[in-house]
Ligand binder design. Structure first.
Ligand code: NDP
Length: 451
């Protein structure tokens, strides 16, 4: 019997830290998963003998490349680009592209690792990947964005493909950027294939892809509340972020009868005690996405609201909270404050927005707490449906897709219950998501032997 991987959790994590120095986000993501998987694997020799977790925590490959482009003043600018292909045991690599100055190899490795479990949870055949660049799109002209995207794709195209690796958007990458990258891919390869998702509706995109992550996070929240015979009617919600995920989460909360109190960006948060209605959400979408403005300008348009510079919104009392901006934006103390103020449910729209102390605080309080790999999977799920539509060369109707999204989110919720029900009415959604995602990928890897 092979016993080589029969190490305990601390020893396993020591190895992860040693092999990935200066990659704190990646180590954090592995730790969060390993805490649950070690328990689950205790009596499952095959996963140990085949070193499955060790293999999932080692990306299949990390491609790092130079991206040169010329700004509007004729200066040559040099950025770094990456594609992390973490695991393709159950399907082609799939995961977004992020353009933000905070992007590092560590951030992309954590995101690709998380994506592997998330994609497995959707039930669709997608492996895990992530990519991006430390390019800062803020303040750049449309032409500069186009030139950057083209240069980025000039290298990336050789590593991706409809059956190989299918990137999508993420922070700093929306429909406009996907368009420029798809255009460059098509120009280089002379192929019109479903190589990217999040495409425009006229050229292979899917209905509701834009809304899917935020809507999905709220469907998941509604599923969690239903386990306590509750719904969103009359509930107050605190949301962070004001991008794609945050605004669509806010929209769905409002549609289901809730009241949204906050939104934020990297400058601070706004608190609107009157509630952020659909009209106000439309204003935010227009202001942030199309005019690329700051959330603080909300208070000029809606003077009953207040702006809190440099702060996150977790101190505002609420029934439910949805962190929808970025990683590690909700810390241990914030989690305790939310619980103390009566928050009963947290559904993560962002990836790993809660740090490990925060996760432990939510678990200790036994509130309804959904990790992003479960609750924000709606986006990649509809991306998976976009891939299917591209392969079939057809487009499904909005109602069909809405229903599929709802069904997929319910399916993920069921999977979390299957592996996370702790008895006494408490469901550990983190554990449930980690184990369900791991098991699917792990069992496929077992079938393939040592590769
Ligand atoms: P967007 O670029 O549309 O919006 C990002 C929002 O987060 C902006 O309001 C931005 O503020 C804010 N933000 C970004 N970085 C920071 C920071 N360091 N501190 C505070 N606020 C910050 O991105 P998305 O809405 O698409 O993505 C948000 C999160 O959701 C990410 O974690 C992403 O990985 C995750 N996600 C997205 C999916 C999708 O389909 N788009 C799918 C699954 C997960 P500012 O404008 O000031 O930069």
């Amino acid at each position: 019997m092979a016993v080589s991987d029969h190490v305990d959790l601390p020893t396993f994590m020591e190895g992860v830290k040693k092999r990935n120095p200066y990659q704190p986000e990646f180590v954090q993501a592995v730790q969060e998963v390993a805490e649950d998987i070690f328990d689950f694997m205790a009596d499952k020799e095959q996963y140990h003998a085949q070193q499955i977790l060790r293999r999932i925590a080692e990306p299949d490959r990390v491609v790092s490349f130079r991206v040169c482009w010329e700004d509007d003043n004729g200066n040559i600018r040099v950025q770094r680009g990456w594609r992390v292909q973490n695991n393709n045991a159950i399907g082609p690599y799939k995961g977004g592209i992020r353009f933000h100055p905070s992007v590092t190899e560590s951030v992309l490795k954590f995101l690709a690792f998380e994506q592997t479990f998330k994609n497995a949870l959707t039930g669709l055949p997608m492996g895990g990947g992530k990519g991006g660049s430390n390019f800062n799109p803020k303040g750049k002209s449309t032409r500069e964005i186009m030139r950057f995207c083209q240069s980025f794709m000039t290298e990336l195209y050789r590593h991706i493909g409809a059956d190989v690796d299918v990137p999508a958007g993420d922070i700093g990458v929306g429909g406009r950027e996907i368009g420029y990258m798809f255009g460059q891919y098509k120009r280089i390869t002379n192929q019109f294939t479903g190589v990217l998702t999040g495409k425009g509706l006229e050229w292979g995109g899917s209905l509701i892809r834009t809304e899917a992550t935020g809507y999905g996070a709220v469907y998941f929240l509604a599923n969690m509340l239903a386990t306590k015979s509750q719904d969103l009617v009359g509930k107050t919600a605190v949301i962070s972020g004001s991008g794609n995920v945050a605004t669509h989460a806010a929209e769905k909360i409002v549609q289901l009868g809730g009241k949204v109190l906050t939104l934020s960006d990297s400058g601070g948060f706004i608190h609107d005690p009157d509630g952020i209605t659909q009209d106000k959400i439309n204003w935010v979408k227009e202001h942030k996405t199309h005019r690329r403005g700051r959330i603080e300008e909300y208070v000029e348009a809606f003077p009953n609201a207040t702006f809190h510079a440099g702060k996150t919104p977790w101190g505002v009392p609420c029934d439910v909270a949805l962190p929808c901006a970025t990683q590690n934006e909700l810390l241990g103390e914030d989690a305790k404050t939310l619980v103390a103020n009566g928050c009963i449910a947290v559904s993560e729209g962002a990836n790993m927005p809660t740090d490990l102390d925060g996760v432990h605080a939510f678990k200790a309080a036994k509130i309804l707490y959904a990790p992003g790999k479960a609750s924000n999977a709606g986006g990649v799920a509809v991306s998976g449906l976009e891939m299917s539509q591209n392969s079939e060369r057809r487009a499904w109707k909005e109602e069909e897709l809405q229903q599929m999204l709802k069904d997929i989110m319910s399916g993920i919720h069921d999977s979390c219950i299957r592996y996370g029900d702790q008895g006494g009415g408490y469901i550990d959604y983190v554990k449930g998501a980690n184990i369900a995602g791991f098991k699917k990928v792990a069992d496929a890897m077992l079938a393939f032997g040592v590769v």
